[in-house]
Design a protein around this ligand. Structure first.
Ligand code: C2E
Ligand code: CA
Ligand code: CA
Ligand code: CA
Length: 401
């Protein structure tokens, strides 16, 4: 049982890929010699604070102490694989070995050694089935984003407290007039060392850690405050749209938070639009209807985001006090020049009209898409073709030019 001193550690489970072959073809002595070599390689690659143990068979477990980032662990895992790949002489034969490695993190992936081992084991089997001679993390998204939640959680907390987050604003355009009728506020985290971290990476982290509450409040307040300042200086962009995460929208008395932010910033509610995703609205729809009604009574507008990606019940959709459907950009992507591949976009537009709702297409990147959308009766568009999300200074430069 590994004793650990640091707060965070990684559990690295190493399983040799072709150990049985060595045993069978060269005999048990060779097998034992190989295991010894592996144990040596491991201890050479590790620091004094780390520990290694043989679990039995050809499995080893390593505990890496005081892990500060995912990349530290990737480095060690990569070095172990490289070292094993170097040929060794074993009873007159040159052999190389490979291993499959599964990695779990304390505390994120479990709070007992048993649980961490189980999760590392799952990751290890994933490494095997992905072709062996590789490592996998228990939680895949940690690997692909390199977002180290262990460290980032503290930094995110600090950045929210110090108001080091930013908002960018993406114009929403009325297709018929070509004018800006709204702005969507999108949160940005400019990290000192890691550069820009995508909201797709830190919003889930904020949700898991409860930080979504202060973050969401900051976004809402800042967006309302800026929009009111622009109104006061004679600039009217129509509406400011703010995204709500599921967790945030499900908070008890969330409508009270919205109300006090509107009062504090003096923004009239008709300028505010809240976006909730289709899947978050449909999950526990009765409760969602109740919250949407509370919000709607404040006088603001409501949009359903990423529409088409969830499973909507039309019966519920009819009961939602909403103003707008936003067609998910994956369907807008599908619109080709002759519009043949765009049945879903077309049916969402028709559905919106039947329900007397506005409809906005997200992710418009080409003029052709706009032409097609206009011909099908879509009201609004948003996308890189018109403008990327912009920081305030660039947004103001755009409208002044
Ligand atoms: P979303 O609400 O669907 O926001 C639209 C995303 O599409 C934005 O990504 C935007 O930059 C991107 N986008 C806009 N036009 C185009 C285009 O023409 N082509 C392509 N390929 N992409 C386009 P972003 O800013 O990275 O945000 C990603 C998601 O993160 C958002 O998706 C939203 O779900 C979430 N998010 C962003 N800000 C907030 C926030 O303040 N609160 C919450 N809860 N979620 C947020
Ligand atoms: Ca094995
Ligand atoms: Ca959105
Ligand atoms: Ca969307």
């Amino acid at each position: 049982r590994a004793e650990h001193t640091g707060d965070n550690f990684a559990l690295v489970l190493i399983d040799l890929d072709r150990f049985k072959n060595v045993n069978d073809s060269l005999g048990h002595d060779a097998g034992d010699a190989l295991l010894k070599i592996v144990a040596e390689v491991l201890s050479e690659e590790l620091r004094e604070t780390d520990s290694v143990a043989r679990l039995g068979g050809d499995e080893f477990v390593v505990v890496l102490e005081g892990v500060r980032s995912i990349s530290d662990v990737e480095l060690v895992a990569g070095r172990i694989l490289n070292r094993l790949a170097l040929p060794t002489r074993l009873q007159g034969h040159e052999i190389t070995s490979t291993a499959s490695i599964g990695i779990s993190f304390y505390p994120r992936d479990g709070d007992s050694i048993d649980q961490l081992l189980k999760h590392a084991d799952i990751a290890m089997y994933r490494a095997k089935s992905a072709g062996k001679n590789r490592y996998e993390f228990f939680l895949k998204e940690m690997k692909t984003t390199l977002v180290d939640s262990l460290l980032l959680e503290n930094e995110l907390r600090r950045c929210i407290e110090n108001e080091e987050m930013h908002l960018h604003y993406q114009p929403q355009i009325d297709l018929r007039t070509g004018r800006i009728v709204g702005l969507e506020a999108l949160v940005r985290w400019q990290h000192a060392e890691r550069g820009m971290i995508s909201p797709m990476d830190f919003i889930p982290l904020a949700e898991d850690t409860g930080l979504i509450e202060p973050l969401g409040e900051w976004v809402l307040k800042h967006a309302c405050e800026r929009f009111q300042a622009w109104l006061m200086s004679g600039l009217n962009f129509g509406k400011i749209a703010v995204n709500l995460s599921t967790k945030q929208f499900r908070l008890r008395r969330f409508e009270q938070t919205v109300m006090s932010i509107l009062m504090e910033t003096r923004l009239a509610p008709q300028y505010l639009e809240l976006e909730i995703t289709e899947s978050s609205a449909m999950e526990n729809a009765e409760e969602a209807i109740h919250m949407l009604n509370c919000l709607s009574k404040l006088g603001l507008s409501l949009a359903i985001d990423d529409f088409g990606t969830g499973y909507s019940s039309l019966a519920y959709l009819r009961r939602f006090p909403i103003n707008k459907l936003k067609i998910d950009r994956s369907f807008v992507n599908d619109i080709d020049e002759d519009g043949s591949d765009s049945a879903i976009a077309k049916s969402i537009i028709d559905l919106a009209h039947n329900l007397k709702l506005d409809v906005l297409a997200e992710g418009v990147e080409h003029l052709d898409q706009s032409h097609w959308l206009l011909s099908k009766g879509c009201n609004q568009v948003q996308g890189f073709y018109y403008s990327k999300p912009l920081p305030e200074a660039q947004l103001l430069a755009l409208v002044n030019s």
